[in-house]
Design a protein around this ligand. Structure first.
Ligand code: CA
Length: 428
């Protein structure tokens, strides 16, 4: 019997080879969906390998940790619906099978059947996403965007410090890492123009975000209180909420983002569970004014996740120049946290279902170079970013590839990471 919390012990080692600095040591064990022999399967990343849970369950190695059908589904939704008891039992079982000095059952059989290399398979979206919500929970980002979009008004609107502002995005255009992003067309109108015109966006941008995945969901009329949030949140992924600023600026009032956002949202393929992130839980920022009672949290609900945005232009790639990091920031400083976001999203009795995606909103810090979008980093294009090959960027050009990365490290814990969320811009 393995004690709870044992799976994050920094001294654990796997008998599967894990290189130093890997995002996926045995303390992580993130869940994803990959294609093998023409069939989508659930897997867990370990080092550079994937443990195929479909095969592992089929061989009977996971019978103590949930029904085989959950693990042989082509998506994670049935497992998400099963809840924290099943998730934790499965995680503990997987850790025992993969660790040095654990249960040797898997190691002693023909392991080729159970593993494949991450770089040899195609990843899929890990779950069917019924609903996708995007929040706006970084006070630095909301302040910067307020200044840029409404220069003559108060940067933060009066509701911002009272509730986690959000909008419903388009779940059917959530894309897995590596999917190309076509430059969108739409209506755009500069303030000086008398009429709008239709055409390809000239101000294509990224938004660096972290999203959480809903587990069991709730029933109509039954809000999820902040104290129950941990029973509902399966894990986190990186999210790039691609944004066409010219389309957005013209369309967004009075009902919020629409076609300037709905053309593409990229997520990283591996869902890092809350259990794996436990060593990196930290106290979030002080909230002033104190939130209304349904949004008050006592527990630490911020996560110290380091984040970076890399860009590689077509010319950089052709010249063999490495991707350049244009932003580095942390998730720890977000004003509104995951528990508050989920409690607020269901406070009116609205339904959430297994696999729903809730993204944080753009993550920006206050230091130069810590903003999660180009519109902030270049201050609406006024201060272009100089790239290593002599080019510069205000917004994205065709052929640019953007990579989001995320990882957690602190003394006394094993470093874990999220992998990447990549996308390359294709012409309109
Ligand atoms: Ca966003």
């Amino acid at each position: 019997m393995i004690a709870p919390g044992d799976t994050i012990d920094p001294h654990l080692e796997s008998w599967v080879s894990v290189s130093p600095g890997s995002d996926f040591p045995i303390q992580n064990l993130p869940f994803g969906v990959f294609v093998r022999d023409g069939r989508a399967r659930i897997g867990v990343a370990i080092g550079e390998q994937i443990l195929d849970l479909s095969e592992t369950a089929d061989a009977g190695f996971l019978d103590d940790a949930g029904e085989r059908e959950l693990l042989q589904a082509p998506v994670l939704n049935p497992l998400l619906a099963a809840g924290t008891g099943t998730w934790r039992a499965l995680r503990e079982r997987l850790s025992a099978l993969l660790r040095v000095g654990g249960d040797a059952a898997l190691r002693e059989v023909n392991v080729e059947r159970f593993f494949c290399r991450q770089d040899e398979v195609e990843m899929r979206l890990p779950m069917e996403i019924g609903d996708y919500v995007d929040f706006y929970s970084s006070i630095e980002h909301a302040t910067n965007l307020g200044r840029l979009f409404r220069p003559d008004a108060e940067a933060l609107l009066p509701n911002w410090r009272w509730l986690p502002v959000g909008y419903h995005g388009r779940s059917s255009t959530v894309l897995i890492d590596g999917t190309p992003v076509r430059r969108p067309c739409g209506q755009r109108k500069a303030p000086s123009d008398t009429e709008p015109e239709f055409g390809a966006s000239r101000r294509l941008d990224i938004e660096l975000e972290v999203g959480f995945i809903e587990g069991p969901g709730n029933q109509l009329g039954r809000p999820i209180p902040v104290r129950d949030a941990a029973e509902h949140i399966f894990g986190l992924v990186l999210v790039n909420d691609w944004s066409a600023r010219d389309i957005q600026a013209w369309e967004y009032q009075p009902l919020g983002p629409f076609l300037g956002k709905s053309f593409a949202t990229t997520i990283s393929p591996w869902i890092v569970t809350l259990d794996a992130l436990e060593p990196f839980r930290v106290q979030g920022p002080v909230q002033d004014p104190q939130p209304l009672s349904y949004l008050r949290v006592d527990e630490r609900w911020a996560y110290a996740i380091s984040l970076a945005v890399d860009i590689r232009t077509q010319q950089m790639e052709e010249r063999g120049i490495s991707p350049q990091t244009i932003s580095q920031t942390t998730f720890a400083g977000m004003y509104w946290n995951l528990a508050q976001q989920l409690a607020h999203a269901t406070a009116n009795g609205a339904v959430t279902r297994p696999g729903d995606l809730f993204a944080s909103g753009t993550i920006s810090g206050s230091e130069p170079g810590s903003q999660g979008s180009l519109i902030e980093l270049t201050w609406n294009g006024e201060r272009p970013i100089a790239l290593a090959d002599g080019e510069n960027r205000r917004f994205l050009e065709d052929g640019d590839e953007v990579t989001l990365r995320g990882w957690c490290e602190r003394r006394g814990a094993r470093r874990i990471g999220f992998g990447a969320a990549r996308g390359r811009v294709e012409p309109a």
